[in-house]
Write a protein that binds this ligand. Structure first.
Ligand SMILES: [Zn+2]
Length: 160
């Protein structure tokens, strides 16, 4: 039995779809920038704490915008009797972890640390930081961590 092969189709990469710029890739978004609120600088696709280049435009970074609007990218709920007895030590680990992450990734920041009954809720600008905080607490004190991903902000918890 003979099978007839269809001739291979040529994939066309031209046309309006290929020409359309991706979201966020407008020339303005690529220009070197400095955030007037925190001093982070944007160059060649990433934010850092480097000094701004000559001619950098002023543009509020996403972290400062999220902090201003209190629009969290992640939540970590801290709970349990160990937390109640050692809250200062636990929050010192949270702060140290934020500092470490923020050094290389300026958009990763803690928005707020707030008491909610016996629990403490830490809100972060980015989901990654919420996850990193939960892991840092587990590394430091053991306990139990949970992470829920899906639509919207990342929700993590640490209990001990
Ligand atoms: Zn900023």
């Amino acid at each position: 039995m003979k099978t007839q092969r269809k001739p291979l189709e040529t994939v066309r990469r031209e046309g309006p779809l290929a020409a359309r710029p991706r979201v966020g890739s407008q020339p303005k978004d690529h220009a070197p920038a400095v955030c007037p609120e925190c001093g982070a600088t944007y160059r060649e696709g990433r934010w850092s704490w480097a000094a701004p280049v000559d001619g950098a435009i002023r543009r509020v970074c996403l972290a400062c915008r999220r902090i201003d609007e209190r629009r969290a990218g992640g939540y970590v709920t801290l709970a349990g009797p160990f937390l109640l007895a050692h809250r200062d030590e636990v929050l010192a680990v949270v702060r140290a972890c934020e500092e470490r992450q923020k050094t290389d990734h300026p958009l990763e920041r803690v928005i707020a640390i707030e008491a909610s009954g016996d629990d403490t809720v830490v809100t972060t600008t980015e989901p990654h930081l919420a996850h990193a905080l939960a892991l840092a607490l587990h590394d430091a004190f053991k306990g139990e961590i949970r992470t829920t991903t899906g639509e919207g902000p990342l929700r993590a918890s640490w209990r001990r």
